[in-house]
Design a protein around this ligand. Structure first.
Ligand SMILES: [Zn+2]
Ligand SMILES: [Zn+2]
Length: 325
């Protein structure tokens, strides 16, 4: 995991002058979670070192925005707030007009859409901001639940694991069903083997999920952070539905190939988009596993076609020799 110092060093402008006051301000800022008004940061800094002036803090904030260490967000309160990007993936905001609280969420589908539009218009997009204004659930119900701000990176990892777990579960169901209906002994062995692998991976992912919860028992009380179009029920669910309608050995393999390919592409595409984080690693590791399954199924499919061909061939040869005679 990249340290805060490495993170800042990577973004420090080449040949830029170093300043120990600024380094101190950056360090304090990176320790904060959530969104911070400039005044609040001034308060925090001056509590530590009263010799640092308000103007120095403001300049340091501006420097961080330019270096990509801080993001400046307009929450519609007549002033900007700042959030750092260290271990804090890109995200969008839901903003309550009643209590001015903001809630973060992430959607790679929205990002992809923004990219598509920008590309079509030959627009070099630098930053996209999506603010959704409205009334939060606490204000609607009149019950305010005091929540501590959860570290975004942990929420991101939690949701990435949830998606991966849902996919493993649907994969396990798919391969168990495929093994039960396949008539071909070799195909059945492969499906059983894949089911066993999915089960093992599922166990590992669940352990990782429990570890996250042990580190932060409040983690599950936070709302969903990461949103995906249609992946919440597991990427193999559609394949299992297809199997239920009936499939022969060849079709079962083809459906499996389609699911694994979809799953691999899904985790690879999103994993590549994410910034360096635990969530990204979970996605890319998972993409690799799916790739291996995909290769295995493709080999199996080819072998099945070969076997079916050679089974038919002797008869054709027999016929051919008859006609020759
Ligand atoms: Zn509210
Ligand atoms: Zn934010």
């Amino acid at each position: 995991m990249q340290s805060a110092t490495e993170f800042v060093e990577q973004r420090r402008p080449v040949g830029g002058r170093r300043s120990s006051k600024r380094d101190f301000i950056v360090q304090v800022f990176l320790q904060q979670e959530g969104h911070l008004a400039a005044d609040k940061l001034v308060e925090l800094i001056r509590a530590e070192d009263a010799r640092i002036s308000r103007a120095t803090v403001y300049r340091a904030l501006q420097w961080m925005v330019e270096a990509g260490i801080a993001r400046k967000v307009d929450f519609g309160e007549g002033r900007y707030k700042f959030e750092h990007s260290y271990r804090h993936p890109r995200h969008f905001h839901l903003i309550c007009k009643t209590c001015t609280q903001s809630y973060e969420f992430m959607s790679s589908d929205i990002e992809a859409l923004i990219e598509e539009v920008a590309e079509a218009r030959h627009f070099a997009a630098r930053q996209s901001v999506l603010q959704i204004y409205g009334i939060c659930v606490d204000c609607q119900s009149g019950r305010r639940i005091e929540r501590v701000t959860a570290p975004t990176e942990a929420l991101f990892a939690r949701d990435a694991l949830r998606i991966a777990i849902a996919t493993e579960r649907s994969g396990l169901e798919f391969y168990t069903r495929a093994a039960a209906l396949t008539g071909d002994a070799r195909g059945r062995r492969i499906f059983r083997r894949l089911a066993a692998e999915e089960k093992e991976h599922l166990g590992k992912l669940e352990t990782r999920y429990r570890e996250l919860l042990t580190a932060d028992p409040e983690l599950e009380s936070h709302p969903t952070f990461l949103f995906f179009k249609g992946a919440a029920h597991g990427l193999f669910a559609a394949g299992t539905a297809e199997l239920r309608q009936g499939a022969d050995d060849r079709q079962a393999l083809l459906i499996g190939i389609k699911c694994e390919r979809g799953s691999h592409k899904f985790f690879k595409r999103y994993g590549d988009r994410f910034e360096e984080s635990e969530g990204k690693r979970i996605f890319l590791e998972f993409a690799d596993e799916e790739r291996e399954h995909l290769d295995l199924l493709i080999r199996e499919y080819r072998s099945l076609l070969e076997r079916q061909k050679t089974k038919r061939q002797p008869r054709r040869k027999a016929r051919a020799s008859k006609t020759r005679r």
